[in-house]
Design a protein around this ligand. Structure first.
Ligand SMILES: Nc1ncnc2c1ncn2[C@@H]1O[C@H](COP(=O)(O)OP(=O)(O)OP(=O)(O)O)[C@@H](O)[C@H]1O
Length: 345
């Protein structure tokens, strides 16, 4: 069992400039086998939270339970054992530059006391899993960023972890390499049932692989739930802002308009899971109400493998048909919600 329960977690750092409350009463549950995203802007407390999950950082209040066992009650030896069951990967890979790819993956196996032959055999299997068996003799400096992260993933898997913590693991990679690393993580989750926690500031990463997400701001969880629900109905300003800044989608070039062109008039955000049905509904609505509607942005996004369409519509200033048009859309399966001023620049 690798369920992670976080209860009222607090972390306060003391410094010469005063106190910093990096985590304020954070509570969440990460289910066994989930791919769980923790998203927020810089300074939100994400790294502190993930470091508290394996007690690399000791919380100042609250509890962390893994598989029902509170980490705070473990002896140092038990804690070391528990940490072996938690792999970690980082933005800057943290590889040993003087060692070959194979030796990098062998490293945690040597620490566990494995013999050289056994460790090399296991490391070779893991390199095959991440698609790098042919680069086993290379040094990290000879690899691309994506390949380095694959080595780091193989190394993290060497101790057969139940949990993999990924701290901004794709932030240093280009979008295409990011997608291939996310695919690899998804595959690992599916094949081995490893619970994966993804720390990121990019909504695109969350929607590509995560099942659940917690949105953090100022050391607190602003919103938490299934990715598709939060994408469709973001409740907090922090979630709306992250969704708004999530660019990338194949329809955008066709419809995309620079945001400077956004004028007055009420705006709504429409979400639908089959984007092909957008156009007839909107076109028929314009015909039915005989009123112009401005498409400010249209986009498709891949949320956990399902294509979701998103559109920002602007109604004519002073229109009296807005509520009727929202009802028209909702009767045709389009989820519509008002876009508040605080999410537009
Ligand atoms: N060791 C430390 N000593 C003092 N303050 C710290 C320490 N570590 C983190 N903080 C502070 O705690 C807050 C949360 O930092 P944290 O690194 O967890 O945020 P984050 O969401 O991961 O942001 P980033 O993506 O920029 O790392 C910040 O105000 C940070 O300055």
């Amino acid at each position: 069992m690798s369920e992670i329960m976080i209860e009222n977690l607090c972390k306060t750092f003391g410094s010469k400039d005063g106190r910093v409350d990096a985590l304020k009463e954070v509570s969440l549950t990460i289910g066994d086998g989930d791919i769980y995203g923790i998203i927020g802007m810089s300074g939100a407390g994400k790294s502190t939270l993930v470091r508290c999950m394996n007690f690399l950082e000791r919380p100042t209040g609250g509890r962390v339970l893994i598989g029902g066992r509170p980490l705070g009650s473990l002896s140092e030896r038990e804690l070391r054992r528990q940490r072996e069951r938690i792999g970690m990967i980082f933005q800057h890979f943290n590889l040993l530059m003087q060692k070959t790819v194979l030796e990098n993956v062998c490293f945690p196996l040597y620490i566990q006391g494995k013999r050289k032959k056994e460790a090399r055999k296991r490391a070779a299997e893991l390199l095959e899993l991440v698609g790098l068996e042919e680069r086993r003799k290379a040094y990290p400096s000879q690899l691309s960023g994506g390949q380095k992260q694959r080595v780091a993933i193989a190394r993290a898997l060497a101790s057969d972890p139940e949990i993999l913590l990924c701290d901004e693991a794709t932030s240093a990679l280009d979008p295409q390499t990011t997608s291939s690393i996310l695919e690899l993580l998804k595959d690992i989750n599916k094949r081995f049932g490893i619970t994966i926690v993804v720390i990121t500031h990019q909504m695109a990463v969350v929607r590509e692989i995560c099942t659940h997400v917690a949105v953090m701001k100022g050391g607190q969880v602003e919103e938490e739930g299934k990715v598709e629900d939060i994408f469709a109905h973001p409740r907090s300003a922090a979630a709306r802002e992250l969704i708004r800044s999530d660019r990338g989608g194949d329809m955008q070039e066709r419809y995309g308009r620079p945001e400077e062109e956004i004028r007055s008039g009420r705006r709504i955000r429409v979400v639908f899971s089959e984007n092909s049905a957008f156009e007839p509904v909107i076109a028929n609505m314009i015909l039915a109400f005989r009123e112009p509607v401005n498409i400010l942005r249209a986009d498709t996004k891949n949320i956990g493998g399902v294509a979701k369409g998103e559109m920002i519509l602007e109604f004519a200033p002073g229109s009296i048909n807005i509520e009727a048009m929202k009802t028209y859309m909702s009767h045709r399966g389009l989820e519509a919600e008002e876009v508040k001023e605080d999410v537009e620049q």
